[in-house]
Write a protein of this length. Structure first.
Length: 221
Protein backbone atom coordinates (compact mmCIF):
# COMPACT_ATOMS: atom_id res chain seq x y z
CA UNK A 1 0.00 0.00 0.00
CA UNK A 2 1.43 3.37 -1.02
CA UNK A 3 1.43 5.74 1.92
CA UNK A 4 1.25 9.51 1.59
CA UNK A 5 2.60 11.43 4.58
CA UNK A 6 -0.50 12.81 6.30
CA UNK A 7 1.52 15.69 7.72
CA UNK A 8 1.64 17.21 4.25
CA UNK A 9 -2.17 17.52 4.24
CA UNK A 10 -2.85 18.57 7.83
CA UNK A 11 -3.21 22.22 6.92
CA UNK A 12 -6.73 21.65 5.55
CA UNK A 13 -7.83 18.33 7.09
CA UNK A 14 -7.24 16.35 10.27
CA UNK A 15 -4.53 13.70 10.27
CA UNK A 16 -7.11 11.08 11.27
CA UNK A 17 -9.23 11.92 8.21
CA UNK A 18 -6.20 11.65 5.95
CA UNK A 19 -5.28 8.23 7.38
CA UNK A 20 -8.89 7.09 7.02
CA UNK A 21 -8.97 8.25 3.39
CA UNK A 22 -5.81 6.34 2.49
CA UNK A 23 -6.92 3.17 4.27
CA UNK A 24 -10.35 3.40 2.64
CA UNK A 25 -8.77 3.75 -0.80
CA UNK A 26 -6.60 0.70 -0.14
CA UNK A 27 -9.67 -1.32 0.87
CA UNK A 28 -11.68 -0.19 -2.16
CA UNK A 29 -8.88 -1.23 -4.50
CA UNK A 30 -8.38 -4.54 -2.66
CA UNK A 31 -4.86 -3.67 -1.59
CA UNK A 32 -6.18 -4.48 1.88
CA UNK A 33 -8.34 -7.59 1.30
CA UNK A 34 -11.36 -8.58 3.33
CA UNK A 35 -10.49 -10.27 6.60
CA UNK A 36 -7.01 -8.73 6.94
CA UNK A 37 -6.33 -7.52 10.46
CA UNK A 38 -4.90 -4.05 10.97
CA UNK A 39 -2.57 -3.40 13.89
CA UNK A 40 -2.92 0.02 15.39
CA UNK A 41 0.78 0.35 16.21
CA UNK A 42 1.88 -0.82 12.75
CA UNK A 43 -0.43 1.63 10.96
CA UNK A 44 0.75 4.45 13.25
CA UNK A 45 4.37 3.70 12.36
CA UNK A 46 3.55 3.38 8.67
CA UNK A 47 1.87 6.79 8.56
CA UNK A 48 4.17 8.48 11.07
CA UNK A 49 1.31 9.46 13.39
CA UNK A 50 0.24 8.66 16.93
CA UNK A 51 -1.84 5.62 17.81
CA UNK A 52 -4.58 7.98 19.00
CA UNK A 53 -4.89 9.35 15.47
CA UNK A 54 -5.02 5.83 14.03
CA UNK A 55 -7.66 4.91 16.61
CA UNK A 56 -9.82 7.82 15.37
CA UNK A 57 -9.33 6.73 11.77
CA UNK A 58 -10.31 3.17 12.64
CA UNK A 59 -13.44 4.42 14.43
CA UNK A 60 -14.48 6.38 11.34
CA UNK A 61 -13.97 3.40 9.03
CA UNK A 62 -15.85 1.07 11.38
CA UNK A 63 -18.76 3.52 11.30
CA UNK A 64 -18.67 3.53 7.49
CA UNK A 65 -18.60 -0.27 7.35
CA UNK A 66 -15.11 -0.67 5.89
CA UNK A 67 -13.67 -2.18 9.09
CA UNK A 68 -15.13 -4.46 11.72
CA UNK A 69 -14.14 -4.27 15.39
CA UNK A 70 -13.99 -7.21 17.75
CA UNK A 71 -13.36 -6.97 21.53
CA UNK A 72 -9.71 -7.67 22.39
CA UNK A 73 -8.95 -8.53 18.76
CA UNK A 74 -8.71 -5.08 17.21
CA UNK A 75 -10.05 -4.35 13.74
CA UNK A 76 -10.12 -6.15 10.42
CA UNK A 77 -11.14 -5.23 6.89
CA UNK A 78 -14.84 -6.04 6.49
CA UNK A 79 -15.49 -9.04 4.28
CA UNK A 80 -17.86 -8.55 1.36
CA UNK A 81 -20.98 -10.60 1.94
CA UNK A 82 -24.19 -11.25 0.06
CA UNK A 83 -26.28 -10.21 3.08
CA UNK A 84 -24.55 -6.84 3.34
CA UNK A 85 -24.82 -6.27 -0.42
CA UNK A 86 -28.55 -6.97 -0.22
CA UNK A 87 -29.09 -4.72 2.80
CA UNK A 88 -27.15 -1.79 1.35
CA UNK A 89 -29.08 -2.11 -1.91
CA UNK A 90 -32.40 -1.98 -0.07
CA UNK A 91 -31.35 1.09 1.91
CA UNK A 92 -30.02 2.81 -1.19
CA UNK A 93 -33.27 2.21 -3.05
CA UNK A 94 -35.29 3.82 -0.26
CA UNK A 95 -33.08 6.87 0.30
CA UNK A 96 -32.11 7.59 -3.31
CA UNK A 97 -35.68 7.36 -4.55
CA UNK A 98 -36.81 9.77 -1.86
CA UNK A 99 -33.99 12.17 -2.73
CA UNK A 100 -34.93 12.04 -6.41
CA UNK A 101 -38.59 12.65 -5.55
CA UNK A 102 -37.57 15.80 -3.68
CA UNK A 103 -35.08 16.84 -6.37
CA UNK A 104 -37.10 16.67 -9.59
CA UNK A 105 -39.33 19.72 -8.92
CA UNK A 106 -36.20 21.80 -8.27
CA UNK A 107 -34.18 20.68 -11.30
CA UNK A 108 -33.16 23.27 -13.90
CA UNK A 109 -31.68 23.03 -17.38
CA UNK A 110 -28.12 23.21 -16.02
CA UNK A 111 -28.72 20.05 -13.98
CA UNK A 112 -29.90 18.12 -17.03
CA UNK A 113 -26.96 19.30 -19.12
CA UNK A 114 -24.45 18.43 -16.39
CA UNK A 115 -25.92 14.96 -15.94
CA UNK A 116 -25.93 14.30 -19.69
CA UNK A 117 -22.30 15.40 -19.97
CA UNK A 118 -21.27 12.94 -17.25
CA UNK A 119 -23.09 10.12 -19.05
CA UNK A 120 -21.25 10.96 -22.28
CA UNK A 121 -17.95 10.77 -20.42
CA UNK A 122 -18.99 7.49 -18.82
CA UNK A 123 -19.70 6.02 -22.27
CA UNK A 124 -16.05 6.43 -23.23
CA UNK A 125 -14.39 5.71 -19.85
CA UNK A 126 -12.19 2.63 -19.79
CA UNK A 127 -10.63 2.55 -16.32
CA UNK A 128 -12.77 1.10 -13.53
CA UNK A 129 -11.83 3.99 -11.22
CA UNK A 130 -13.09 6.51 -13.79
CA UNK A 131 -16.32 4.58 -14.33
CA UNK A 132 -17.07 4.46 -10.62
CA UNK A 133 -16.26 8.15 -10.16
CA UNK A 134 -18.48 9.21 -13.07
CA UNK A 135 -21.30 6.90 -12.02
CA UNK A 136 -21.29 8.43 -8.55
CA UNK A 137 -21.14 11.94 -10.01
CA UNK A 138 -24.21 11.30 -12.17
CA UNK A 139 -26.27 10.25 -9.17
CA UNK A 140 -24.98 13.18 -7.10
CA UNK A 141 -26.11 15.62 -9.78
CA UNK A 142 -29.59 14.08 -9.80
CA UNK A 143 -30.04 14.26 -6.02
CA UNK A 144 -28.37 17.61 -5.27
CA UNK A 145 -31.46 19.70 -6.12
CA UNK A 146 -33.30 17.93 -3.28
CA UNK A 147 -31.43 20.29 -0.92
CA UNK A 148 -31.61 17.78 1.90
CA UNK A 149 -28.05 17.65 3.28
CA UNK A 150 -28.67 14.99 5.91
CA UNK A 151 -30.25 12.62 3.38
CA UNK A 152 -27.52 13.29 0.84
CA UNK A 153 -24.84 12.58 3.44
CA UNK A 154 -26.47 9.24 4.28
CA UNK A 155 -26.67 8.36 0.59
CA UNK A 156 -23.00 9.22 0.09
CA UNK A 157 -21.95 7.01 3.00
CA UNK A 158 -23.94 4.08 1.63
CA UNK A 159 -22.62 4.61 -1.89
CA UNK A 160 -19.06 4.87 -0.63
CA UNK A 161 -19.36 1.55 1.21
CA UNK A 162 -21.09 0.00 -1.79
CA UNK A 163 -18.17 0.97 -4.03
CA UNK A 164 -16.33 -2.23 -3.10
CA UNK A 165 -19.22 -4.21 -4.53
CA UNK A 166 -19.67 -1.92 -7.51
CA UNK A 167 -15.99 -2.27 -8.38
CA UNK A 168 -16.35 -6.04 -8.27
CA UNK A 169 -19.43 -5.90 -10.51
CA UNK A 170 -17.87 -3.70 -13.16
CA UNK A 171 -14.62 -5.66 -13.16
CA UNK A 172 -16.28 -9.07 -13.41
CA UNK A 173 -19.42 -8.44 -15.49
CA UNK A 174 -20.72 -6.44 -18.45
CA UNK A 175 -23.06 -4.43 -16.25
CA UNK A 176 -22.13 -0.96 -17.53
CA UNK A 177 -24.04 -1.10 -20.83
CA UNK A 178 -27.36 -1.91 -19.12
CA UNK A 179 -26.63 0.60 -16.37
CA UNK A 180 -26.05 3.38 -18.90
CA UNK A 181 -29.30 2.66 -20.72
CA UNK A 182 -31.15 2.96 -17.43
CA UNK A 183 -29.27 6.15 -16.51
CA UNK A 184 -30.39 7.84 -19.74
CA UNK A 185 -33.99 6.73 -19.26
CA UNK A 186 -34.01 8.07 -15.70
CA UNK A 187 -32.60 11.39 -16.90
CA UNK A 188 -35.24 11.65 -19.64
CA UNK A 189 -38.02 11.05 -17.13
CA UNK A 190 -36.54 13.72 -14.85
CA UNK A 191 -36.60 16.20 -17.74
CA UNK A 192 -40.25 15.29 -18.33
CA UNK A 193 -40.92 15.92 -14.59
CA UNK A 194 -42.39 12.43 -14.42
CA UNK A 195 -41.64 11.88 -10.75
CA UNK A 196 -43.37 8.53 -10.31
CA UNK A 197 -41.86 6.80 -13.33
CA UNK A 198 -38.40 8.26 -12.67
CA UNK A 199 -38.43 7.05 -9.06
CA UNK A 200 -39.78 3.65 -10.05
CA UNK A 201 -37.03 3.17 -12.63
CA UNK A 202 -34.36 4.37 -10.19
CA UNK A 203 -35.58 1.87 -7.60
CA UNK A 204 -35.40 -0.98 -10.13
CA UNK A 205 -31.95 0.26 -11.27
CA UNK A 206 -30.52 0.21 -7.75
CA UNK A 207 -32.09 -3.11 -6.79
CA UNK A 208 -31.01 -4.79 -10.03
CA UNK A 209 -27.40 -3.91 -9.26
CA UNK A 210 -27.85 -5.36 -5.79
CA UNK A 211 -29.37 -8.55 -7.16
CA UNK A 212 -26.45 -8.96 -9.55
CA UNK A 213 -23.99 -8.62 -6.69
CA UNK A 214 -25.87 -10.98 -4.41
CA UNK A 215 -25.85 -13.56 -7.17
CA UNK A 216 -22.13 -13.04 -7.77
CA UNK A 217 -21.33 -13.43 -4.07
CA UNK A 218 -23.55 -16.48 -3.52
CA UNK A 219 -21.54 -19.72 -3.38
CA UNK A 220 -22.35 -21.94 -6.33
CA UNK A 221 -23.36 -25.55 -5.63
Amino acid sequence: MRIVDPASRRDSRSAAAVVADDLRAAILRNRLPGGERLRQDAIATQFGVSQMIVRKAFKQLVGEGFLTAEPRRGVAVAVMSRDEAWEISQLRAILECQALRWAIPNMVRADFLAAAKVLDELDTATAVDAKILLNGRFHQILYAPARRPRTLEMIETLRMNFERYLRYTWEQTHHLEQSQAEHRSILTLCEMRDVERACDLLRKHVLATGDLLVDSLTPKA
